[in-house]
Design a protein around this ligand. Structure first.
Ligand code: DGJ
Length: 697
């Protein structure tokens, strides 16, 4: 049984390897007694409390609560803040109901005075070792109640000495990971950009002395793509509180009579064996429960995207030539990026007018689509649905559909405005436009971009009390658009992008099949980004391309290194095929052939970060799916003449014999040899790399 309830006082959320134990304390508080490696015997928890009775502090600071509320004696960051009629600003509850149903638990917390309840929901995924937490506020009375903060999950971790990991970044430099002690005060990771953004990520990752294979790691990810906040607070009575949810900055939600507000879910887990186990757990969970079902079990096709070849200068004939060459190389999906629609000569016009530019496509998009299909590939296009250029027909017809303050000049980002996606008529219009596009032309793939941050989220369209609801409503509008398009066009593959990595989160993963991690395709920079990204997010969800050297880092990197780096995810090609000599195209074609042979292992296998350039001479990434494995090894520059590296594999069976194929040479070794003595890999010079295939004999 994944959930065991004892006298409606103790609740054990049991996965195969972990326990999450809740109790209702004598004071009536829902507290967390334990989270960690599985403890089967619940009698052990008799008389156990989360309260630190030895510390001379006030109430809520002493308990590891599941739903702390601002007000009263709560002086730490609380998980919610509510204002009742008469400006009463705390929530004092009693547990009114406990409902256990298979893998789900609901605790109903009712205010002792006001007709208002908070429902705490839990779901257990026993095989995946993940628990899902979310909550709902409900106004049971007639008078309005105002929520000013309503995070999704609160996690109290006992003891001290934790470190907290998150990411910083910007365009072209996503997922710059850093770890810092969480010994005092609060660490706040927050996005106010209107979406997840490049600067931080909606996850928590807290550990004690962990590395890849050892140490305690507590982690969680928020299923949401808008403004969020993660607070990690060392509470002075000797424990760590972790909160994750919608940001409370510029957020307010008024619940009128009978209304509810449901916060997005957090998926959380515990690893007793470092980051590697955490990644395996999260990656498997994403593939099985989060990613859209239509493609979750199918390998992603190798794509060609013409952005870096032609940028905005898209011409039907030129694209046909690219398509011809792409098909000859074994590419399976041909994509035109930005620049195909009406008036799009550069980034100053066109967004909003989602029909083919007649000067570029005199016979419409269908001509190119037919040619691409004739060549045996699928066809895809780029769109940026949430945006509009002032120079577009859409804006001229509906100037009031954007976010704007009536008394201010509207701010622009990349020469564009943001459509008010909180307005149902705007979303309905976009549904129609893209439904038509997908119905009228044979399109099997969409790259959905988003290239400006939100500003001036306030609009005369909405009632005063709902202004601070707009960020949330905007995100829901985006979800409705993609959800409806997916329902109507289940055969279409959707890739998310927000100037590269601005929307990597579990909310987007619910609707998109893959993600464009960064516009920076430099293969060495990418190795660092990919390593950090892979902590929580699976390789199956990550696109990576070979492109021409476009000068992001002004270094010359050989094809081998670049392609191997891109083969660590879902491979794409972005080089200008019309300029590349035939010989080189053939060479790239051979890599594509190899990738097709190994992609199931890369996209569906367990990922092991065997060695990192952050603290050693080489990067080694190992993917293992049942009896087959693929190892990528990278040397950025040779050091002191050292050319020999021993890479110890993980996850194999000791007594099994494996066939190893590298550089056309084959040998056989046991799992014991490969995991203990290790594979000997020779790499020299600058930017050397190896791809080694391992298969059980
Ligand atoms: C930003 C994206 O990150 C790029 O990949 C490309 O699609 C451009 N937008 C097109 O404008």
């Amino acid at each position: 049984m994944p959930i065991i309830a004892r006298e409606n006082k103790l609740f054990a959320l049991q996965t195969q390897e972990t326990s999450y134990i809740l109790a209702i304390s004598e004071e009536g508080i829902v507290e967390n007694l334990y989270w960690g490696k599985k403890i089967e015997r619940l009698e052990d928890f008799a008389g156990v409390s989360s309260k630190n009775a030895t510390v001379n502090m006030q109430g809520p600071q002493l308990f590891r609560e599941e739903c702390s509320s601002f007000g009263g004696m709560c002086f730490k960051e609380a998980s919610m803040k509510v204002t009742f009629p008469g400006n009463v600003r705390d929530f004092r509850y009693q547990v009114k109901d406990c409902i256990v149903e298979k893998e789900k638990l609901e605790l109903v917390l009712e205010d002792r005075f006001y007709p208002f309840a908070v429902h705490l929901y839990y779901e257990v995924f026993p095989e995946e070792n993940i628990i899902k937490k979310w909550r709902k506020a409900e106004n049971l009375g007639d008078e309005p109640v105002v929520l000013e903060r309503f995070y999704s999950g609160e996690f109290g971790l006992p003891g001290e000495g934790y470190e907290s990991i998150n990411y910083k970044g910007r365009w072209g430099a996503e997922f710059m990971e850093y770890s810092e002690p969480a010994e005092s005060g609060k660490k706040v990771y927050e996005s106010l950009y209107g979406l997840t953004a490049h600067t931080v990520n909606p996850v928590f990752l807290v550990h004690r002395h962990a590395d890849e294979t050892q140490g305690d790691v507590y982690y969680g990810a928020l299923e949401y793509s808008g403004n969020f906040k993660c607070v990690v607070e060392a509470v002075n009575s000797g424990w760590l509180n972790v909160l994750l949810g919608i940001s409370d900055t510029d957020f307010q939600w008024t619940l009128k009579k009978g209304q509810c507000f449901e916060a997005p879910a957090v998926y959380a887990g515990y690893s007793d064996r470092g980051f590697e186990k955490m990644s395996h757990t999260m990656h498997r969970f994403c593939r099985k429960h989060l990613m859209p079902k239509e493609l979750a079990e199918k390998p992603l096709p190798v794509l060609y995207n013409s952005w870096y070849s032609t940028t905005f200068d898209v011409q039907c004939e030129e694209q046909k030539k690219l398509a011809q060459k792409a098909a000859e190389m074994g590419i399976e999906l041909f994509v035109i990026d930005d620049g195909w629609f009406e008036g799009r000569e550069d980034d100053k016009a066109g967004l909003g007018d989602w029909y083919a530019d007649s000067s570029k496509f005199p016979n419409g998009l269908q001509e190119l689509s037919e040619e691409v299909h004739r060549l045996g590939m699928k066809f895809g296009v780029w769109i940026e649905p949430e945006m509009v250029n002032p120079n577009s027909r859409l804006f001229r017809e509906h100037p009031d559909w954007i976010y704007a303050y009536p008394t201010r000049e509207v701010l622009m980002g990349r020469n564009q405005y943001e459509l008010n996606m909180s307005d149902p008529q705007v979303v309905d219009y976009l549904i129609q436009v893209f439904d038509d596009l997908l119905s009228q032309t044979q399109i099997e793939y969409i790259k959905w971009d988003m290239n400006r941050y939100a500003a001036e989220i306030g609009t005369p369209l909405s009632a005063e009390e709902s202004w601070k609801e707009l960020h949330y409503r905007n995100t829901q509008g985006i979800y409705r658009l993609i959800r409806t398009l997916r329902e109507r066009h289940p055969q279409v593959e959707f890739e998310a992008c927000a100037s590269g990595g601005g929307r990597v989160d579990f909310g987007a993963m619910r609707y998109f099949d893959e993600y464009w991690l960064s516009d920076n395709t430099d293969p060495l920079d990418r190795l660092f980004m990919q390593e950090a990204y892979s902590r929580m997010y699976p390789a199956k969800y990550m696109r990576a391309w070979l492109t021409d050297d476009f000068g992001m880092d002004h270094r010359k990197v050989p094809l081998n290194f670049w392609l191997h780096s891109a083969m660590c995810g879902a491979l794409g090609i972005g080089v200008d095929l019309n300029r590349v000599p035939e010989q080189k195209r053939k060479e790239i074609g051979k890599y594509i052939e190899t990738y097709k042979e190994i992609r199931k292992t890369v996209q569906f296998g367990d990922l092991y970060r065997l060695s990192s350039l952050k603290d050693s001479d080489i990067e080694a990434v190992w993917y293992l799916k049942e009896t087959e494995g693929v190892l990528f090894a990278f040397l950025d520059h040779e050091r002191y003449g050292n050319a020999q590296y021993f890479i110890r594999l993980r996850g194999l069976s000791e007594n099994q014999l494996y066939r190893i194929e590298a550089d056309g040479e084959v040998c056989e070794k046991t799992g014991a040899f490969l995991m203990n003595r290790g594979l000997e890999v020779r790499m020299t010079g600058d930017y050397d790399s190896k791809l080694i295939c391992v298969k059980a004999v």
